[in-house]
Design a binder for this molecule. Structure first.
Ligand code: SF4
Ligand SMILES: [Zn+2]
Length: 353
């Protein structure tokens, strides 16, 4: 059975079990400190309800580690409802001082089948009225990134940075195809980045790449090497900013099935620190490391003594773009053994933990 058939089967089963949520239940917002292009500031995170990522709902089954569709109402949300939800969520926050607004749609903001064009344009018009909202960040797969759509968006936000985030996950096409089931190649990604770069003469448009740390069937050492190589590739092709997403186990995914069978383990936090050090020393563009799920059973893990300390260190390193200080903990030797022997044992999971 190929990766697509497997993903498709697991996805179908998991969709059957999903408790459908209402549009209200599928929306949320929160705010926090963040690093903007102009320095430290605030970010407002908005989650909007959509019918779900087209790629995940297609015959492909979607990406092997992602279960965002479980958070979607799985039906089209009328533009007017979506606009109201968006405005209500924005009203919960004070937009004062340097602020980035990040819109998450559990899929592609630029796909009209997920976010209708009317809603997309109204949301951007609303955002344009907030003087302190310097950056508007959206996510999209590369196939929806066209010059025409981007011009339409940027014209509605003439003085703001408009950042298009694309989940590249890995610069290795083999990994994308056979371990992530991503459904696009480096060439598709580069075409999207090229379109964004060409619009920079006229607009304050930027690109961001998400890089996934430790896809399935990848040893600890290979996960580190792939993450670092992917960051270097992104800088070379002209990406403006990178956000690393270390694996956490989502429900109803191929990754979860392998994890239950003992054939997959999320990365060590030591590996994450190693990636940050290597990338800070070789890449000039801003690099953020997502710390969600750190220290939990389903997320990146070291040991109970040091999980929290390293998580805080990484958050600080995100804001300052600093190289985290060296710390020791007794769990480090186990990580070193995993990195050293993961190739020799051909193990895709940790030897001990
Ligand atoms: S990672 Fe992105 S493209 Fe892949 S299934 Fe999830 S939402 Fe869709
Ligand atoms: Zn430890």
């Amino acid at each position: 059975m190929g990766i697509q058939e497997l993903t498709q089967e697991i996805r179908k089963n998991s969709i059957r079990k999903i408790d459908k949520k209402s549009s209200q239940e599928s929306s949320a917002s929160w705010c926090g400190e963040d690093l903007l292009y102009s320095g430290k500031g605030k970010a407002i995170f908005i989650i909007l309800p959509t019918p779900g990522c087209n790629w995940a709902l297609s015959d492909s089954g979607g990406c092997t580690m992602c279960s965002y569709i479980a958070d979607s109402p799985l039906e089209m949300v009328e533009s007017d409802v979506l606009i109201d939800i968006f405005q209500n969520l924005m009203d919960k926050h004070k937009i004062e001082g340097k602020t980035a607004v990040k819109i998450f749609v559990s899929g592609s903001f630029l796909n009209p089948k997920e976010i209708p064009i009317k809603a997309r344009n109204e949301i951007l018009k609303i955002l344009n009225q907030y003087a302190d909202a310097e950056e508007i960040v959206i996510e999209s797969r590369p196939e929806y990134v066209t010059e025409e759509v981007l011009q339409e968006c940027c014209n509605l936000l003439p003085d703001k940075i408009f950042e298009v985030s694309i989940g590249l996950e890995s610069s290795n096409d083999y990994i994308k195809k056979y371990r992530i089931n991503k459904g696009f190649s480096n060439e598709d990604f580069e075409n999207a980045i090229y379109i964004i770069k060409n619009l920079k003469l006229d607009y304050k448009i930027k690109s961001k790449a998400y890089i996934f740390v430790k896809p399935i069937l990848t040893s600890e050492k290979d996960a580190i090497d792939d993450a670092v190589a992917s960051a270097q590739y992104c800088e070379n092709v002209g990406v403006d900013r990178i956000s690393f997403c270390p694996a956490t186990i989502h429900n109803g995914t191929v990754m979860e099935v392998l994890w239950h069978r003992g054939s997959y383990q999320p990365p060590w936090i030591w590996s994450i620190l190693e990636i940050i050090r290597k990338v800070r020393n070789s890449v000039q563009i801003p690099v953020i490391m997502d710390t969600s799920g750190f220290g939990t059973r389903r997320g990146p893990f070291n040991c109970k003594k040091c999980n929290k300390k390293f998580k805080n260190l990484i958050i600080e390193s995100n804001l300052n773009q600093s190289v985290p200080e060296e710390f020791e903990c007794e769990c480090k030797v186990k990580w070193m053994a995993d990195v050293e022997f993961s190739d020799a044992t051909r193990s895709t999971t940790n030897l001990t933990k």
